[in-house]
Structure formats: structure tokens, C-alpha cells
Design a protein around this ligand. Structure first.
Ligand code: NAD
Length: 258
């Protein structure tokens, strides 16, 4: 028996990266997954590949920072399969605007996409999750939500807030049997890790020097999207049935060092 047989999941930012890897992991364990992303073309291509592999997925395009669009997308999952058990709030944008240049508009954009969407997703899913005997919400945060980082005021603040929002939701939703946890990835090799000039952060001299040569990264390699999908699957499944309100750090040991 697969771990998520007959369950229904909704994953945001599912067109690529961690969201796509999480979709595959959940579907391989038997879940039917509604994949949601703002990038409709890439989303369709990704879903077609998963369907060819025999996995049960559907797509819905939405901007997670738009409350009504996200609610429509979440309801589409419940309408399609008659239930909703797992919500993965994963979609986000990165931002490295220095303090002096950080406009109110950019600050609010990062908060809207990276933080408000987590609240909106949970609110839209709540009527369905309340009816599930095995409801689980997984919010994708970041180790930047646990530490300061240069030129990351908006992104890191939003991710820190996602971690505490996760705790608050766990407290409020626990009596309804709904678990809420976060994952906090470190350096993961996805499109988000591409720097200006299209170089992956882990390919820079700085990363190689500090993290590999000088040993700041105990596992000595950047993570892959699949490295985060496993912990998301764990938090979605009954294997974590007594775990709620936690931020599971998935960073190759980076935050163990200083
Ligand atoms: N890659 C890393 O190193 C890293 C580290 C820590 C945390 N994270 C977090 O992991 C999550 C996934 O990131 P990733 O690395 O897979 O990034 P990615 O850029 O590869 O994928 C993000 C996906 O989210 C979608 N998206 C962006 N804005 C959206 C919106 N408004 N509405 C709907 N979809 C939207 C994008 O189209 C994209 O498909 C994010 O929450 C990110 O902050 C990533």
C-alpha cells in the first residue's frame, strides 16, 4: 500500500524546481495532485511528462498572491476529486535588492507572493482540510528565515514570517486534526539559485571556497530539488502524524556550522 493512496494534494509553484519534485514524490505515493503555477506553459509541459509516467496530476494556473485566484484553484482540486488532504505552499520569488534600493512596491510584492499566499492558501483549503482525516499543510520556507543574509531583507523577513505563521497555524488547527509544518531548504540547485548572468550560485568561486574548500557545508554539495521532496513527503504522510508546528531544515548541515 502506497503511503498517500486515495489522498488529494494541491501544490503551488509546481511547474519546476522543488514544487515539481514534490509533486512527483507525492504522486508516486498514490496522491492525486493538482499542480498550480503562474507559468501556464511550463506547468502544462511538466504535467504532461508526469502523466506519461503514469502519475495522476491535473493543472490549474493561478497567481498565489491573488486571494480569489488561489481560492478558485484550490477549489478546483476539491471539485475534481471530491476531497483535499494535503496543501503544499511552495511558490515564491527571490529578491536580493539592497536596503537603499528596496522600494515599498518591491517589499510588498515579496510579502504578497512569499507570505500572504501561505495564509490565502490555508484559508482556501480549510473547509476541505477540515473534512479530511489526515490533513497536512507544508509551507516551504528557507534557512534565510532562520538567519540574516546580505541583501535579503524582504525575502528573509517573509520566510521568517512563514516559519512563525506555520507555528501559529499548527496551534490553531491542531484541535481540528490538521497538522502544519514547514521545510527550510538551504542551497538547492533550481532556477531560483541562478544569479544574474545565469550562473548557478554553487558554481561561483565564493561558494566553492567557503562551502566546499573551507567546509562550511558539511555534506559538501548543494541540494537537489528531490532532496527537499523527500522531507515534504514525510510531512505530508502519516509517518509524521505526531509532528506539527516544526520547521524541518534541509540544508546539508549548513546551519550547524558558523
Ligand atoms: N532554490 C533554493 O535554493 C531555495 C532555498 C530555500 C528555499 N527555497 C524555496 O523553495 C520554494 C521553491 O523554489 P524553487 O527553488 O523550486 O524555485 P523555482 O524558481 O525553480 O520555482 C518556483 C515556482 O514558483 C512559481 N511562482 C512564482 N511566483 C508565483 C506566483 N505568484 N504564483 C504562482 N506560482 C508562482 C514559478 O513560476 C516557479 O515555477 C520557494 O518557496 C523558495 O523560496 C528555495
Amino acid at each position: 500500500m502506497r503511503r498517500l493512496e486515495s489522498r488529494v494534494a494541491f501544490v503551488t509553484g509546481a511547474a519546476r524546481g522543488i514544487g515539481l519534485a514534490a509533486t512527483r514524490a507525492l504522486a508516486q505515493e498514490g496522491a492525486r495532485v493538482m499542480m498550480c503555477d503562474i507559468d501556464a506553459d511550463v506547468l502544462t509541459e511538466a504535467a504532461e511528462q508526469l502523466a506519461k509516467d503514469g502519475l495522476q496530476v491535473r493543472t490549474t494556473s493561478a497567481d498565489v498572491s491573488n486571494r480569489s485566484e488561489l481560492a478558485r484553484a484550490v477549489n478546483a482540486a476539491a471539485d475534481a476529486w471530491g476531497r483535499l488532504d494535503i496543501l503544499v505552499n511552495n511558490a515564491a520569488i527571490t529578491d536580493d535588492t539592497p536596503f537603499e534600493a528596496l522600494s515599498a512596491e518591491q517589499w510588498h510584492k515579496v510579502m504578497n507572493v512569499n507570505l500572504d499566499s501561505v495564509l490565502y492558501g490555508a484559508q482556501a483549503a480549510m473547509p476541505h482540510l477540515r473534512r479530511s482525516p489526515c490533513a497536512s499543510i507544508i509551507n516551504v520556507a528557507s534557512i534565510q528565515g532562520l538567519r540574516g543574509q546580505p541583501n535579503s531583507m524582504a525575502y528573509a523577513t517573509a520566510k521568517g514570517a512563514v516559519i512563525n505563521l506555520t507555528r501559529c497555524m499548527a496551534v490553531d488547527f491542531g484541535p481540528m486534526g490538521i497538522r502544519v509544518n514547514a521545510v527550510a531548504p538551504g542551497y538547492i540547485d533550481t532556477r531560483m539559485a541562478l544569479m544574474h548572468g545565469n550562473v548557478h550560485e554553487h558554481q561561483t568561486d565564493w561558494f566553492q571556497d567557503v562551502f566546499i574548500k573551507h567546509g562550511r557545508l558539511p555534506l559538501r554539495r548543494p541540494g537537489k530539488a528531490e532532496d527537499v521532496a523527500g522531507p515534504i513527503l514525510f510531512l505530508a504522510s502519516d509517518d509524521s502524524r505526531y509532528v506539527t508546528g516544526q520547521a524541518l531544515v534541509v540544508d546539508g548541515g549548513l546551519t550547524c556550522t558558523y
